[in-house]
Design a protein around this ligand. Structure first.
Ligand SMILES: C[S@@+](CC[C@H](N)C(=O)[O-])C[C@H]1O[C@@H](n2cnc3c(N)ncnc32)[C@H](O)[C@@H]1O
Length: 497
């Protein structure tokens, strides 16, 4: 019986796996990827559906197929699909080794969190599925543990496994393993590098749920690969490295100019070598790699030109102006902020602020900004804006998209959250949004309101339903409901009907 049936592995949204994120990157690299609003998506190892099910709401005219060899998480996913009445997502208990031709082709294939935990034959099969079932201009996402940092993780795993075996421990292996590592940290020489390494590992493990640590660190399989070896395997399978899913690696050189120069010198124009040296430099332990078919001619420069074909959305709010005129923008619901001295970028961010969470076509934004700048700057607007927005996107401060999702532009007369968000709000604080993110809503009253917004109730009905038994006036309740609905809209929880 699968280990994943015995101890359940909780899955959740991974924004970097979303077809629109894959398509956006493909566009930046000069591809013409399949339109995400009508595509077919395969998720290998979908588990209990935490990543694939929300996608069904985000792209209602696309088709999603999930497979996983563990039947219990799949049954859980099937129950959610049924309760939410989702028609465009199907999941199936199936070992990927049995994946047959009859599944047809997919425009986007996702294999997250499986490659490094299965034997080599299964890894080869994942690559073969991508080769055989990916449409000609499709994109595959495969994540895996990488050297050099993946090797450290292997060391701590080996030590914990040794201890569990040697001490004959069967009950609560995660707690025992963690405590053992902590003992080593406590006893190690204060000044040793080893103590620092072990400490980092204990911190990493302390942030994860026990069930995740059980499978990721103490499960029956674990491996890591150097990126260059993975890329060579992919190439032998007829696939090529497109980019990392994280835009910064592909587009933003390392912040130290001398590091960027050194990497260029070491790689001598070879993309794979560049990425491998980068992993050495940043001590990377995990990659989210995008692949496409070999033979596609990718464009690895002049990215700003292609930004101009995309849509842009910004979660930034203008917060202050510095004495030198720099404008500070802060990211909603996050501690990140950015200061820009470019009037063009600043004007664009102000415009996008009111549209969030919806996106605006770049061309439309550039036209609007051109009307606001002095005549001699008009011509520069597209290039300056594209360069500025690309940099912000690489730092995860704005979104570049290929498609406008079904996001409400305003709080509608009868607001509606997805049936999935309403179902999640019954049982958990963590709610999937239409932006393929997950938000935490810990206030029980807000979660109760979320459950009520099913498109049948107007503001008056919602206020009546939310009136506390005593102590709060109807006016105050209405103010709270309005604020909560607006907050839900900003989180990407309201559907455009
Ligand atoms: C670590 S979990 C990752 C789940 C999810 N993709 C995520 O990243 O959150 C690994 C998943 O791979 C599945 N799996 C392992 N071997 C498999 C195989 N041969 N065929 C299909 N699924 C497999 C397991 O059942 C498990 O659900």
């Amino acid at each position: 019986m699968s280990e994943y049936n015995q101890i359940l592995y909780p899955t959740h949204v991974h924004s970097e796996t979303h077809p629109d994120t894959l398509a956006r990157t493909a566009v930046l690299f000069g591809m013409d990827p399949p339109p995400v609003q009508q595509c077919r998506v395969l998720e290998i190892a979908c588990g209990d559906g935490g990543n694939i099910i929300p996608m069904g709401f985000e792209l209602p005219n696309s088709e999603f197929v999930g497979i996983d060899s563990a039947s219990i998480p799949i049954q859980h996913a099937q129950r959610v699909i049924e309760r939410c009445g989702i028609k465009n997502v199907t999941v199936q208990a199936l070992d990927l080794m049995e994946f047959g031709r009859d599944f047809g082709t997919f425009d986007y294939i996702i294999a997250h969190g499986i490659y490094s935990w299965v034997p080599e034959t299964v890894q080869q099969r994942i690559l073969a599925i991508c080769r055989d079932h990916l449409s000609p201009s499709g994109v595959a996402f495969i994540s895996f543990n990488t050297g050099p940092a993946g090797r450290i993780r292997q060391l701590t795993r080996d030590m914990m496994m040794f201890h569990l075996r040697a001490a004959g421990i069967e009950a609560d292996p995660v707690r025992e393993g963690r405590e053992f590592l902590q003992t080593l940290v406590d006893l190690a020489d204060e000044t040793s590098i080893w103590k620092a390494v072990l400490w980092e590992e204990t911190v990493r493990l302390s942030k994860r749920p026990d069930s995740v640590t059980y499978h990721d660190e103490l499960g029956s399989g674990y491996s890591w690969a150097y990126f260059s070896d993975f890329a060579a395997d992919a190439e032998r399978s007829g696939l090529q490295f497109l980019s990392d899913a994280t835009l910064s690696d592909a587009i933003e050189p390392p912040s130290k100019p001398e590091a960027a120069e050194a990497l260029e010198r070491l790689a001598q124009g070879d993309v794979i070598k560049y990425q491998q040296y980068l992993d050495f430099l940043v001590f990377r332990g995990f990659r989210r790699t995008l692949l496409c078919h070999s033979g596609i001619r990718l464009k690895r420069s002049r990215f700003p030109e292609r930004v101009q074909t995309l849509l842009v959305a910004s979660p930034l709010s203008k917060s202050s102006v510095e004495p030198d005129g720099g404008v500070v923008f802060t990211k909603r619901r996050a501690s990140a902020s950015v200061t820009t001295n470019s009037p063009i970028v600043s004007l664009a961010l102000e415009r996008l602020e009111t549209d969030w969470p919806r996106a605006k076509p770049f061309a439309e934004l550039a036209r609007e900004i051109a009307e606001q700048v002095p005549p001699e700057q008009k011509e520069d607007v597209p290039a300056v804006l594209a360069q500025g927005l690309l940099k912000l996107a690489a730092n995860k401060l704005v979104d570049l998209r290929t498609h406008q999702g079904p996001l409400a532009a305003s709080v509608e007369e009868r607001p509606m959250a997805t049936s999935l968000a309403r179902l999640q709000a019954e049982a958990t604080n963590l709610i999937a949004t239409l932006l393929h993110t997950q938000v935490e809503i810990s206030d029980p009253q807000s979660r109760r309101l979320l459950q009520l917004i099913d498109g049948t109730r107007d503001l008056g009905a919602l206020v009546s339903a939310m009136m506390p038994e005593q102590g709060v006036s109807r006016d105050d309740t209405e103010t709270n409901v309005r604020a909560a609905l607006e907050a839900f809209r900003g989180m990407g929880l309201l559907v455009s009907t």
